[in-house]
Design a protein around this ligand. Structure first.
Ligand code: HEC
Length: 122
């Protein structure tokens, strides 16, 4: 019996141990969200709009228009990895420019967290 309890305990500890690295993904750090919001307001709002719906003056003159992050289609199609990649490298042939020389990897991650949590409400 004592042997069995020991096993349960080690399985429980193992689960806690392996879930550790997953936690930061589930709970985006509030400090990162603030950094992300500042970046979004400074660099992205002009095209994507402060609500992220893409309804901006710039949208009238851009083809394709800026992504509306709040649309159901965007929520399905934009994975976290895809967003990070598109922001880093830009989208060829569109007004979405690469940001890798202006923003650090961490800043790009922060702005993605902000868009996903606060604008896409994922
Ligand atoms: C000059 C206007 C402009 C600015 C500024 C801009 N974007 Fe974009 N963005 C666009 C356009 C246009 C698209 C649509 C590209 C397409 O349809 O392929 C887009 C698409 C995107 C997408 C979706 C890409 C995909 O894979 O479909 C993301 C994510 C994004 N922008 C994030 C940002 C972030 C973050 C910033 C600020 C750091 C930013 N954008 C600044 C115009 C802009």
């Amino acid at each position: 019996m004592a042997d069995c309890r020991g096993k349960i305990l080690s399985v429980a500890l193992f689960l806690i141990f392996i879930s550790g690295p997953l936690l930061p993904k589930a709970f985006a750090n509030p400090a990162d969200l603030e950094i992300g919001r500042d970046i979004f307001y400074k660099h992205c709002k002009a095209c994507h709009g402060d609500k992220g719906d893409g309804k901006t003056f710039a949208a009238n003159v851009l083809n394709p228009p800026p992504k509306n992050f709040t649309a159901e289609k965007s929520k399905k199609e934009l994975s976290e990895e895809r967003m990070i990649h598109s922001i880093t490298k830009g989208r060829k042939g569109t007004a979405m420019m690469p940001w890798e020389s202006n923003l650090t990897k961490k800043e790009i991650r922060s702005v993605v967290s902000y868009i996903r949590k606060k604008l896409m409400q994922l």
